[in-house]
Ligand binder design. Structure first.
Ligand SMILES: NC(=O)C1=CN([C@@H]2O[C@H](COP(=O)(O)OP(=O)(O)OC[C@H]3O[C@@H](n4cnc5c(N)ncnc54)[C@H](OP(=O)(O)O)[C@@H]3O)[C@@H](O)[C@H]2O)C=CC1
Ligand SMILES: CC(=O)N[C@@H](CCC(=O)OP(=O)(O)O)C(=O)O
Length: 345
């Protein structure tokens, strides 16, 4: 058993972590924080956790955190970077669900996130936690940068094509749609029911902070800087991301069987399901699970490959992937606590 803490236990990814960790056979939940609700029983705020989580919220400064083997930060950007060094020095392994350690180029991070980085040295040692790419490095990570939700869906969809060098890496297009829980639990006008329901809109077309993260991952896979157009959309659903990805087949190459390429790339991956040729995966088919379902198409046998990639933003896009990373870091079965059948409907 390992002792685990969660900083930010009142948010959407925080409560999702608690749902998953409370049924994890090798985890003892030890400290769950809230700045405003310290002292309140966790199950009073989240009755879904009654009989599962028998702790009260503590403040983010609570000494219990330093006694944990691992601490998750399910907090806004810019929080983990201030607390991680102290925890790491105390022997705690840190898993950040925010973006503090995702971008290797600190100046680039500061540009996109609009703040000064408090722990550049930890950025250098942090491991980017996309298990399907970095499993070996994740095993020894002291600081784990859990990928963003859009970056998970987009990278998993593009990777087989980019690694094989079969599409024009200068002109990748990712058209992605997210449910409203992607914006978190904090009160904001654009996530109010009358604002978000029965409507559909793009945002961040001029530049979204996930663009440099996706570009970094795909550039490493391609061995050169890729060109990417990324357009996120807000859809009136609660959970889920649907990414529709477009790539131009390089002229004059001998194109491999695309279905076989994807099946081979993800053979043995517990959480990536390559659907049969011709499929149209639904976000509903991964709801509440750590799965990414992918389908690859080549419409009319033309020069464009279309990949459809779906995840639950709160699970494979956040808390589930974070637990998957914890499992790898501590040598547990990678599926421990994550053997979940998606909820449908
Ligand atoms: N929602 C999603 O789909 C995804 C989210 N993420 C990332 O995960 C992180 C959490 O997201 P989400 O759960 O949606 O956010 P929420 O807004 O729902 O929750 C944020 C949590 O952080 C706590 N918190 C806020 N400020 C501080 C602070 N200064 N110190 C300590 N705790 C603080 C809040 O608790 P309290 O106020 O009670 O202290 C709350 O529990 C974010 O960085 C987000 O970008 C990543 C992938 C997907
Ligand atoms: C729908 C929605 O608002 N989604 C959020 C992205 C999700 C998120 O929390 O960002 P990180 O993965 O970087 O932590 C957004 O576009 O800002």
């Amino acid at each position: 058993m390992i002792k685990v803490g969660v900083v930010g236990g009142t948010g959407y990814t925080g409560v999702e972590l608690l749902r998953l960790l409370s049924r994890h056979p090798q985890v003892e939940l030890t400290a769950i924080t809230s700045r405003g609700e310290a002292g309140m029983p966790v199950a009073e705020m989240f009755p879904s956790l009654r009989r599962r989580v028998d702790l009260k919220f503590v403040t983010p400064q609570d000494a219990q955190l330093e006694k944990c083997d691992a601490v998750f930060f399910a907090t806004p950007n810019g929080i983990a970077m201030k607390q991680a060094a102290e925890l790491v020095a105390a022997g705690v392994r840190v898993i950040d669900l925010a973006a503090d350690f995702r971008i290797r180029d600190v100046a680039e991070w500061q540009k996109w996130y609009g703040m000064e980085h408090a722990a550049p040295a930890l950025v250098a040692e942090a491991v980017y936690g996309l298990p399907e790419v970095n499993r070996e490095q994740i095993r020894n990570a002291r600081v784990l940068a859990n990928p963003g939700c859009y970056p998970t869906a987009v990278q998993l969809g593009f990777l087989p094509l980019v690694e094989a060098g079969v599409i024009d890496a200068d002109h990748l297009i990712a058209d992605a749609k997210s449910g409203v829980s992607g914006a978190g639990r904090k009160a904001e006008v654009h996530t109010l029911l009358p604002e978000a329901a029965d409507s559909f809109k793009a945002y961040g077309v001029a530049g979204h902070r996930h663009l440099p993260e996706i570009r970094q991952g795909l550039s490493l896979a391609a061995g050169r800087t890729v060109g990417l157009t990324f357009v996120p959309h807000l859809t009136p659903m609660i959970r889920g991301i649907h990414a529709t990805l477009y790539g131009r087949i390089k002229p004059g190459i001998e194109l491999p069987d695309l279905q076989a390429l994807f099946e081979k790339r993800y053979a043995g991956e517990a959480f990536v399901d390559v659907m049969p040729a011709g499929s149209h995966p639904e976000t509903r088919s991964v709801r509440a699970s750590n799965l990414c379902r992918i389908a690859v198409h080549r419409p009319q046998g033309g020069d464009t490959v279309v990949v459809l990639s779906v995840i639950d933003n709160l699970v494979k896009g956040a808390a589930g992937q974070a637990v998957q990373n914890l499992n790898i870091m501590f040598g547990f079965d990678e599926e421990a606590g994550l053997d979940i059948v998606p909820v449908s409907p």
